[in-house]
Design a protein around this ligand. Sequence first.
Ligand code: FMN
Length: 215
Amino acid sequence: MLSPSHPLPRPSGPQIAVIICSGRQPRVGDQVTSFVHSTIQSAFPTANLTTIDLLAWDLPMYNEASIPCEVHDPTHYTQAHTRAWSAEISKYQGFVFVSPQYNWGYPAILKNAIDYLYNEWKGKAAMVVSYGGHGGGKAAVQLKSVLEGVRMRVVETMPALSLKTKAILATAAVGGVLPLKGDGALWGESEKGEVEKAFGGLLKLLEPGEEKKGP
Ligand SMILES: Cc1cc2nc3c(=O)[nH]c(=O)nc-3n(C[C@H](O)[C@H](O)[C@H](O)COP(=O)(O)O)c2cc1C
């Protein structure tokens, strides 16, 4: 039990959103994101993390009558959902995208969510964690390119979490419970170390002065 002299560390510093990038039902994206979230929080107890679930946002396919990079005042968005999404993304200085690989790319729901905005993303720091049969590295490369297109600064280290076996892939396909805890856990110190390294890179990008070195 924690004594009063050892209070729980309080979140501080930049606000960082951890985004569940799968909108499939069923899915394992929520479990994978939870693994990433808890790995970061254990290694960086004061990290100020909030989860964003694209499935819960349920954004329609892009339907604004403007090119987002030309919108500098969110009241000019014509759709209420765009104004709400803009307000949400404006809260954060950094983002952790936890994305599956679909057919060598990342999910359409994520591209749609990115495309809605531009100036809300611009200049901010991002880190990509992918997952898939071989870790989803092809999706990560594409996502990094698109994030740089909206002028985000993306950490070079991109952890790729492998759904290692046919049995695990079959479990994931139906949104089953992944073996993420205890003996024989799917991911161990190596994967956690990569996530921690990438998050260290994200914090570095968030240090004062670093924002001027963006793409
Ligand atoms: C449409 C679709 C395409 C997929 N394509 C790939 C792929 O290219 N490479 C891969 O490793 N896994 C692929 N998979 C397997 C996914 O990585 C796996 O199903 C994972 O659970 C998807 O994440 P989610 O459950 O959070 O949506 C694909 C799955 C779906 C549904």
